[in-house]
Design a protein around this ligand. Sequence first.
Ligand code: FES
Length: 234
Amino acid sequence: MSFSVPPKLEASLDEVITRYPQKRSASLMFLHALQEHFGWISKDAVEWTAKKLDLEPINVYELVTFYPMFREEPIGKKHIRICRTLSCALEGAYKVRKQFCERLGLDENTHGPVTSEDGEFTIEFVECLASCGTAPVLMLDEDLHERVSLQRVDEIIEKCRSNKPCPPAPVEVSHPGEATIISVAPQKSADESKASAAAAAPIQSQSAKSGTHSKPKSKASKSSKSKTSKKKKK
Ligand code: FES
């Protein structure tokens, strides 16, 4: 097996094992660390992990195939994950992906991640990236880019190609399609609350004097009395 893990990484993974009561509990931590370093999980990485954790390779491989965040293929130098869930789909995620594919000469109908021939870019559709209010969004490696326009797609490609930094562009906080459906009344100050209680007091005492609140009760008691007297007559 030509696979080799840098000694520093291996030492940090050995330390991870000591945090768990059983070695196998460190499997996911191993896979995350290896993917972060190599970009994907090869068969050799699976076997290496299994050996370190006293497992069979299948015990590790089943994790790789179960969790969608683990990749079994190498990816491009720039990994672009475009959210395709509802908010982003409605706000143009499919057009964004189409634009990337057209510009990079990729087949937009390919299912799953697709990598450019020069190995520079991998484009992938993913599910909700938890920024629905600023749709459409994408992750350029580990950076979240919000409200991605088609013009922004071209900028991202151009900057990545020329090895320039491509930080996320600032965006407004609220989504243009958002509307306030519940408005919360501003909290009254202590003085304002006292003033409104004082204003309400005369009205309450008037209604108490006029017996406004007792009328329905007396009607009810009258009708119940008449019902009992009718029963007695019978
Ligand atoms: S739907 Fe795209 S971030 Fe939630």
